[in-house]
Design a protein around this ligand. Structure first.
Ligand SMILES: [Mn+2]
Length: 271
């Protein structure tokens, strides 16, 4: 099939180097989409995890290769480091193999809106005033991802498509819901301070396109559980797409849990 074309795509929180990455889905997504801009919005390589262990199967080589090929082939690829690849923040302003590295960027859409693009971990300290809760949360989250992987290995064995167990569980937890709510409120201040129309980030592993007051808040989600990306259509519309399973045309769909999501058909153009 011909790749789906978008003006821009944003991916975040792939956590390459950990076992949690849904690598098949990510490779499939990269193969079947093309765009003028490709933003890698942080926690792409999990260099924090690499200090403890490094998981690098051959499929990861293919993922990296396809991104490098896109960068060499005319896609403007911008890598914005997150907290798991923060070491790359030292490379702010440099270009490595046609990939621009920037700690933040401002993206101008086809219809002239300006959005600040940043990973989003810088908002953590504003939201969380209890460091121990953050630690407990992150250990619990690691376990959740392991359970998610085991269940999905079983599902695949029985020919069932990928389903995020951890995303479902998280939605049942009030703490997480409250956290997401606070996170989104912080966004308004940041946007107003920077004089832009909205914010594009990742970090909280929860894809969204939502209007908060006069501000557009968007989040590209993650590839360790939800397999989501943010996309801009040729006319500047932003929406979340979810990639699950191995049949791209049928499986790319609007993120139904998001209030203001748009149908994927409106986002991808035939060219
Ligand atoms: Mn992060």
């Amino acid at each position: 099939m011909r790749p789906l074309h978008f003006r821009s795509l944003w991916l975040s929180d792939t956590h390459l180097g950990t076992r949690s990455l849904q690598s098949r889905q990510l490779l499939d997504f990269l193969k079947n989409t093309e765009s003028e801009y490709l933003y890698l919005v942080g926690d792409i390589l999990d260099l924090e995890h690499a200090k403890r262990s490094w998981h690098w199967p051959r499929i990861n080589e293919k993922i990296v290769r396809i991104i490098l090929d896109k960068a060499a082939g005319g896609t403007r690829v911008i890598y914005i480091p997150g907290n798991h690849d923060h070491i790359l923040r030292h490379l702010d302003g440099t270009v490595v193999k046609n990939i621009e590295i920037a700690n933040q960027a401002v993206h101008c859409t086809a219809n002239g809106c300006r959005y600040l693009v940043t990973h989003g971990d810088e908002f953590d300290c504003v939201i969380q005033n209890s460091p121990w809760l953050a630690t407990v949360g992150s250990v619990a989250y690691d376990w959740l991802l392991i359970i998610n992987r085991l269940i999905n290995n079983c599902r695949r064995f029985f020919g069932l498509e990928y389903q995020s167990i951890s995303a479902w569980l998280k939605h049942q937890t009030k703490i997480v819901v409250n956290y997401i709510g606070k996170f989104e409120q912080v966004v308004v201040d940041v946007v107003e301070k920077n004089g832009v129309d909205g914010l594009i980030c990742g970090h909280i592993h929860h894809a969204a396109v939502r209007t908060i007051g006069n501000v557009l808040y968007t989040n590209s989600g993650d590839w360790v559980e939800s397999c989501t990306a943010l996309a801009e259509s040729s006319n500047g519309t932003l929406g979340v797409i979810e990639w699950a399973g191995s049949n791209p045309i049928r499986e790319v769909r609007a993120y139904e849990r998001v209030d203001d999501s748009y149908r994927n058909r409106c986002l991808a153009s035939s060219s």
